[in-house]
Design a protein around this ligand. Structure first.
Ligand SMILES: Nc1ncnc2c1ncn2[C@@H]1O[C@H](COP(=O)(O)OP(=O)(O)OP(=O)(O)O)[C@@H](O)[C@H]1O
Length: 274
């Protein structure tokens, strides 16, 4: 059984279809990233899967349960990190994490989780005094304290500095290695590429492409661009046979500033949504 199965999901706000017929399958243990521009319907879709928002039509199964009817036991298997920061301002980081741990039957060790998200030095600080990125790390800590089977992360690294993002990626890889299923939304294409087994691109409430980061939108078969510097300036050739092109060119000697590139995930993404 898949961790997530969605068929024909529809949600409208005052006549505007925010989600306009989405099908989605996420296997157990998979890291799945949903990409898409602002207003594409990512948060709406994720909130329906979390049981936080009702739907107008479609079938949804999350860990074998319809989220609209998910009870306490089902909810305890989920880890949810919302876009809005947690309201635990008066508690210290350690108090907040310990407090949340009490809701679960088999929580992780609070201090271990605080360490995993890189907040050990801030463990005694009140949540209200943390920086934006530190608050976000606390949100992630609260989302994983209950040892969830499935974690929803809505734009988890927004506001993280580069080092914190790398640290977070390590945490996601650790959770994935333990068999946790992870659904994340992100605007960072490098994040999707680094973490996701598969990605879906949502635009205008519909999935416009789905695949592995390496193959999305025909990326693996796209032409390569060979660039080099000659006496006449910078040269560029688009080709499906870069090895042959370079072999031919190199007969004339060394090629200065030689590079071979294929479209990045960002190139493919921008083409898909436009
Ligand atoms: N509570 C609401 N009431 C009315 N319209 C809403 C509501 N929530 C979302 N929408 C609209 O639904 C559409 C999809 O919004 P959603 O938040 O799901 O997009 P998103 O892909 O998560 O965007 P972002 O990347 O900006 O977070 C948008 O046009 C938005 O304005």
């Amino acid at each position: 059984m898949n961790a997530i199965r969605v068929r024909g999901l529809v949600k409208a706000y005052k006549g505007h279809q925010a989600v306009a017929g989405v099908d989605l399958d996420v296997a157990r243990g998979e890291v799945f990233a949903v990409l898409g521009p602002n207003g594409a319907g990512k948060t709406t879709s994720v909130e329906i899967l979390e049981g936080h928002r009702d739907r107008d039509a479609g079938e949804v199964s999350v860990l074998g349960v319809d989220p609209a009817r998910g009870g306490r036991e089902w909810r305890s298997k989920l880890g949810i990190v919302l876009q809005s920061a947690t309201d635990a301002a008066t508690l210290s980081v350690r108090e907040a994490v310990r407090h949340y741990a009490r809701y679960y039957g088999d929580p992780r060790d609070p201090d271990e989780v605080i360490d995993l998200v890189g907040l050990t030095e801030k463990a005694k600080s009140r949540a209200g005094t943390l920086s934006g990125g530190q608050r976000r790390r606390l949100d992630v800590a609260l989302g994983i304290i209950g040892r969830p089977e499935l974690v929803f992360l809505d734009e988890p690294t927004t506001g993280f500095d580069p080092e914190a993002r790398r640290q977070f990626w390590g945490l996601i890889r650790l959770l994935a290695s333990e068999g946790t299923t992870i659904l994340l939304t992100t605007h960072y294409l490098d994040e999707a590429e680094a973490l996701a087994d598969r990605v879906a691109v949502l635009a205008g409430g519909r999935i416009v492409a789905e695949g592995t980061p390496r193959t999305l939108g025909g990326r693996a078969h796209a032409d390569a661009t060979v660039r080099w510097l000659s006496d006449r300036g910078h040269q560029e050739i688009r080709t499906s046979e870069p090895t042959k092109v370079i072999a031919d060119l190199s007969r004339h000697g060394e090629l200065a500033e030689l590079t071979v590139t294929r479209p990045s995930l960002e190139d493919v993404y921008l083409e898909l949504i436009n």
